[in-house]
Design a protein. Structure first.
Lengths: 102, 496, 643
């Protein structure tokens, strides 16, 4: 059975849910979570393509593991920044950190 | 003599100032300028001994070093009488500039270093025969001005410095467009080589397109109406030596460029645009004079009168006659010396009275006779009195302009001649209020007259003015071959 | 010929003396500067008198006429266009030789006088330096062989006059007068310069002799060109000559460019005697005389000269009758007498006896120089004695100042034209020439002669008679001030007997001037009437003069206020030059030109201000724009490929 189409629909939905969260959330932690959603939707794509289109290779699997690793590192870094922001601004609201302008 | 020596001396002086302690900076600068002046005089002597010196179109002491071979850019140097007279002017004004800055307190070392850098730019500009290198040195002469005015200036110095730098940068951009146009007109075969480009002028359509860029670009440097507005603010905010350099040499870079780059390389277009140049020059002359009449600040008076006087340079170039061009060159030298001296005198007066408002001064002749006498002399030179250099230059321009019977030329000449009356009005007004008249303040009676360095600076410049004014044939003979070779290009075209 | 080699000394010596006194005068030569200057002048006087004797009486003559001699001719400034150049040359011909004598003699007298007059002055050396400069420039002017050279010296006499008028530089009035004199004459010089350009470019020379030759020869191209081209219906030659004459009129204080002369009296009195009475102010007459052959061929220009002269003569004489400042009366009298010289040139013919007007004009120039400088020096002593310029403070001075009184009287008689003093002869010749040339002008001249006698004797009686002696502050004067007076008075007495028509003529050929006794009756009667009226009105104190003034009413008021010419000029400069041209130009520069550049800067800033709102620092906003951009771009590209 080929579920590729259904899986792609799910991953696309997941991706746009992530974008939606990214654009609308005010809380930085929530934004990070949205970014994770987007990354994971890509992971799903990789795994699905690997399984249905190139069943003889493992490239897609490797890539998703790679992305998970990077994401873990990135979250570690991001959380550190968020903690620093919180210390300086007493909030993790994205609107309070608009320093990078003009 | 290798002309690069003229570059080497200021650069070595600059390095010397950098290495020495701040207290000795001025002595090093003085030494460097004196050596440079001597070198220039030796160069003049060597130049006159050359058998080719009287040949028209002869560019002597040529040296050619490849700089960027892939772009065909060369460090190509050489001079004729016109550039030599500009070099002599530069060395005189620089020496005088160093002398009047003797008392500078703030960041002495940096001040003299910038001054040396400026002079290096000017020398490089006048000796180069490669358009790219010409442009390179022109830029070198712009940036230090920004700092000179911004750091050592007075009044609204930041505004003036920015305005000056931006306008001159804009002008440089236009010049660069013109140069690129000349470079690509023959697919870069002649490169930026001035001699080769002159021998092989661009087609008319190309000239017509690129001439305005080059001419207006250089014109901004020499206060072409209506792009002169950096002049009054820039000059009045600059420190004395800065104003001297700015008016005495920097404005001449523009005039020289208009002549050597725009007119010499694009004679057809010069013919085509001549009426416009003349129109703008006549406006600048008369309008500058009237605007000067209304000023009350000494530096503004001299700055606006520079607009008027530099109009003569442009008029002389615009009429495209040999007399006119010779007049323009002499006016450049004359105005360079005169305005430098005028700014020096204004600086000396300001240092003593602490005001530049002519209404607040008066009767200075009583307490500071030397400064006042020189002030009156330079004022009379500005007014075009015979015996001073200004008269010679103005008369040559008038004759050169009157040669052409075209009504436009006649009207422009009449307007230019009318300026001698307006000039008399503002000059005598200034002298009457500053030097003569009742002594306005008790403290003016106890002013100290010029010190040795001020005296030597003033005498140096007035000597040059008097030399040209009393024996104009000397400078005419010097620049004759140069003007003739430019004229040859122009008449070749009008003969077609 | 050999005496010509001393001529360059005439220029070199005063220039040298100027340089020496100017540079070292203030410090090391403080006391001796006056002596140095005077000695130099003495040498110059000797040279020029020797030259004149040689030239007129000993030197070789050509066809019985005087030759023109070039003592020097070196190219100075070559314009490189059709051989046009300014050559510094020294030209000797009757008029320049005559002028040499006038200038050096008067200048010497003034130098000697100044030794006493300026004693104790703080800027004593500077004063003598300026006098030397003036003498140099004036001699250069009359010796010029080249019209451009003349213009050069023309400017130099202008500047020396400026420096000397403004000698008392702390007095605002002196400074203003100096400025006014320079600017008004500069304005006139503008005309001169344009005239020179027109003549020079057309005739392709600036050399006087060649210029005259080319422009009087009806065959030459220059002559034809200048006659055929015209502007506003007036030929180029007329324009050029009129413009040159404007220059002359400015220097010679002709109406309406005379306004600087009365004010110029703010300078030291000896200076007024030298510059503003005897020498510089007649430069205009000299200029027209120099170019006379060309003027003669152009009736419009010549008529302009004649009428300007006649009008100025009458106009100034009327004003002189009402002024109360002794030096101003003399200044207007100078203007009036120069008017005489001008119209004499204007009515003159050319060649032989018809050139009488020319001869008469230069004769009057010659005699006038002496008696007018005498009058000024006398006025100097009077001012010195009572420390006032105003006639109201004077009166009955004849006992206190006997020498001055006598010499002043001689000068008054001479200028009024009483025989056998010098003024009589020259004035007679002028009137005779006018009678033959133009009857209207003759009438004006006659009237002016009467007025001249009246105002001069009004001056004389008001100073020396009128009321009991005024208190005199200082004694008459040292010998150095008296001697020049006596010498000048002697010259004024006898100068009329010089046979001028033998010496200075239009074509340099001497002729015998005829003297008509009958002709001189009318002017003489008028002169006597003038003198007697003045005597009746002013010899004794009384109200008669005031009554007469009242009778003239408005006219008297007008003349007293110099016919409001100054006010007109002031009105024009204030309301026109400054308000309509100057200040709008300055405002235009500040607002439009400068405003343009500032506007460019502000415009850039304004746009930046507007678009910076896009960079608000909100990451989510950036992201939205980014996604939107991608969306739009992908639509465009997909669409693009479809098409």
């Amino acid at each position: 059975m080929n579920y590729l189409q259904e899986i792609l629909v799910i991953s696309t939905a997941l991706f746009f849910i992530g974008i939606y969260g990214l654009l609308t959330r005010r809380n930085i932690i929530a934004i990070l979570m949205s970014v994770e959603l987007m990354l994971n939707s890509v992971n799903i794509n990789f795994v699905a393509f690997n399984k249905y289109l190139y069943p003889n290779s493992l490239d897609g699997i490797f890539f998703s593991i790679f992305i998970i690793t990077i994401a873990a590192a990135e979250v570690a870094l991001a959380i550190a920044i968020v903690i620093n922001l919180y210390r300086n601004h007493d909030s993790v609201d994205i609107d309070s950190t608009t320093l990078l302008k003009y | 003599m290798n002309l690069l020596l003229l570059l080497l001396i200021p650069v070595l002086t600059l390095a010397g100032i950098g290495l020495l302690p701040a207290k000795k900076a001025k002595w090093m600068a003085l030494l460097g300028s004196v050596v440079q002046l001597v070198a220039c005089i030796i160069l003049l002597r060597l130049f006159l001994q050359q058998p080719d010196a009287t040949l028209s179109g002869a560019l002597l002491f040529q040296n050619d070093y490849t700089w960027y071979s892939s772009l065909n850019i060369h460090l190509h140097t050489g001079i004729d009488g016109i550039s030599l007279s500009m070099i002599l002017l530069t060395s005189l004004v620089m020496l005088a500039g160093v002398l009047v800055s003797w008392n500078i307190q703030k960041m002495t070392k940096e001040f003299f270093m910038l001054l040396m850098l400026l002079s290096a730019g000017a020398y490089g500009f006048f000796i180069s025969l490669d358009l790219f290198v010409v442009f390179f040195f022109l830029e070198i002469a712009v940036i230090p001005k920004f700092m000179l005015i911004g750091i050592w200036g007075s009044g609204k110095k930041e505004y003036s410095a920015t305005k000056l730098a931006l306008m001159l940068m804009g002008a440089s951009a236009m010049i660069f467009v013109g140069l690129i146009g000349l470079y690509y007109q023959d697919q870069g075969a002649d490169g930026f080589n001035l001699v080769a480009l002159a021998a092989n002028p661009a087609p008319l359509a190309v000239q017509k397109f690129f001439f305005p860029f080059a001419f207006i670009g250089f014109g901004v440097f020499t206060a072409l109406f209506p792009f002169h507005t950096w002049v009054p603010d820039g000059h009045s905010s600059a420190p004395t030596a800065g104003s001297m350099f700015l008016a005495g040499i920097s404005m001449k870079l523009g005039g020289y460029g208009c002549l050597r780059v725009a007119t010499y390389l694009m004679p057809d277009a010069a013919h085509y645009y001549a009426p416009w140049i003349i129109l703008l020059a006549a406006i600048a002359i008369l309008y500058g004079a009237f605007a000067t009449m209304m000023q009350t600040d000494l530096k503004y008076i001299n700055a606006y009168s520079s607009v008027s006087h530099c109009g003569f340079v442009l008029l002389g170039i615009g009429v495209l006659t040999k007399t006119g061009i010779a007049g323009a060159v002499i006016q450049m030298v004359s105005h360079g010396l005169m305005t430098a001296l005028f700014f020096a005198m204004i600086g000396m007066v300001y240092e003593r009275t602490h005001t530049r408002d002519i209404a607040k001064m008066g009767g200075l002749l009583k307490s500071i006779p030397f400064i006042s006498t020189l002030f009156v002399m330079v004022a009379l030179c500005s007014l075009g009195l015979p015996g001073f250099s200004g008269f010679v230059a103005e008369m040559m321009v008038f004759i050169g302009a009157w040669e052409n019977a075209n009504p436009l030329y006649r009207i422009a000449t009449l307007a230019a001649t009318a300026s001698i009356v307006v000039t008399a009005v503002y000059i005598l007004n200034t002298v009457g209020k500053v030097i003569m008249g009742p002594v306005k303040k008790e403290s003016f009676l106890h002013l100290k007259d010029a010190a040795w360095y001020e005296k030597s600076a003033a005498l140096l410049l007035i000597a040059g003015i008097l030399l040209i004014g009393m024996a104009p044939f000397l400078i005419i003979n010097l620049i004759e071959p140069g003007t003739q070779s430019i004229m040859d290009k122009i008449t070749l075209i009008s003969g077609k | 010929m050999n005496y010509a080699q001393y001529i360059p000394l005439l220029l070199a010596l005063p220039l040298l003396s100027f340089a020496i006194l100017g540079i070292w005068g203030r410090k090391s030569l403080k006391k001796s500067s006056g002596i140095i200057g005077t000695m130099v002048l003495l040498i110059l006087t000797i040279i020029s008198i020797a030259v004149a004797t040689h030239y007129f009486f000993i030197g070789e003559k050509l066809n019985n006429g005087y030759q023109t001699i070039f003592a020097l001719n070196i190219p100075w400034l070559n314009f490189g266009y059709k051989n046009l150049s300014i050559d510094i040359g020294l030209l000797l011909d009757p008029i320049s030789v005559m002028m040499l004598v006038v200038i050096t003699v008067v200048s010497l007298m003034v130098h000697i006088f100044s030794l006493g007059y300026m004693k104790g002055e703080e800027r004593y050396p500077t004063y003598f330096a300026f006098l030397s400069l003036f003498t140099f420039s004036m001699l250069g002017l009359v010796l010029s062989a080249n019209i451009f050279q003349m213009y050069i010296f023309w400017e130099l006499v202008g500047v020396s006059s400026y420096l000397l008028i403004g000698f008392y530089f702390t007095q605002p009035k002196a400074v203003a007068a100096a400025k006014k004199a320079f600017i008004v004459t500069r304005f006139a010089d503008l005309g001169f310069l344009i005239g020179i350009l027109m003549l020079g470019i057309q005739a392709e020379t600036f050399d006087f002799l060649t210029l005259i030759e080319r422009l009087t020869n009806a065959e030459s191209t220059a002559y034809i060109n200048m006659h055929t081209t015209s502007f506003l219906g007036i030929s180029a030659l007329t324009w050029a000559l009129s413009l040159v004459f404007v220059g002359g009129a400015g220097k010679s204080a002709m109406f309406p460019l005379h306004i600087w002369l009365p004010d110029a009296m703010e300078g030291p009195t000896p200076v007024s005697a030298l510059i503003h009475a005897a020498t510089m102010v007649v430069a205009g007459v000299f200029l027209v005389a120099r170019l006379f052959p060309i003027f003669h061929f152009n009736h419009t220009a010549l008529n302009l000269v004649a009428w300007t002269g006649a009008l100025s003569a009458l106009f100034a004489a009327v004003i002189a009758c009402t002024q109360t400042d002794i030096k101003r009366v003399l200044a207007y009298s100078t203007m009036s007498q120069i008017g005489y010289m001008m119209f004499a040139l204007g009515v003159s013919g050319y060649g032989g006896e018809s050139g009488l007007g020319y001869t008469a004009s230069l004769f009057h120039l010659f005699t006038h120089a002496f008696f007018k400088s005498l009058l000024f020096l006398g006025a100097g002593i009077i001012i010195h004695a009572i420390h006032s310029n105003d006639l109201k403070d004077m009166g009955g001075l004849r006992h206190a100042l006997p020498v001055t009184h006598l010499t002043f009287l001689i000068a008054c008689l001479a200028i009024a034209g009483v025989p056998p003093l010098s003024g009589f002869f020259s004035k007679e010749e002028i009137l005779l020439a006018a009678w033959e040339g133009n009857r209207m002008i003759f009438t004006i001249g006659l009237l002016t002669a009467g007025l001249t006698a009246f105002y001069m004797f009004r001056l004389y009686f008001l100073i020396f008679w009128n009321r009991p002696a005024t208190k005199v502050i200082s004694k008459e004067a040292p010998a150095s001030m008296k001697i020049p007076l006596i010498i000048l008075a002697a010259i004024s007495l006898v100068a009329g007997f010089i046979p001028f028509s033998q010496l200075v003529t239009t074509d340099q050929q001497p002729f015998k001037s005829s003297f008509h006794v009958l002709f001189s009756i009318a002017p003489l009667l008028l002169v006597i009437a003038g003198i007697f009226t003045a005597m009746r009105l002013y010899k004794n104190p009384g109200e008669k003069a005031a009554h007469l003034a009242q009778w003239f009413g408005k006219f008297y008021q007008g003349a007293l206020h110099k016919f409001y010419i100054d006010e007109v000029y002031l009105f024009i400069t204030r309301n026109f030059i400054y308000k309509i041209i100057g200040s709008p130009a300055a405002r235009f520069d500040k607002q439009v030109v400068d405003g343009g550049v500032n506007g460019l800067g502000n415009g850039t800033r304004f746009i930046a201000e507007k678009i910076k709102a896009l960079q608000n620092g909100r990451v989510q906003w950036y992201l939205l724009v980014f996604l939107g951009g991608i969306l739009i771009l992908s639509f465009i590209f997909i669409g693009w490929n479809k098409i």
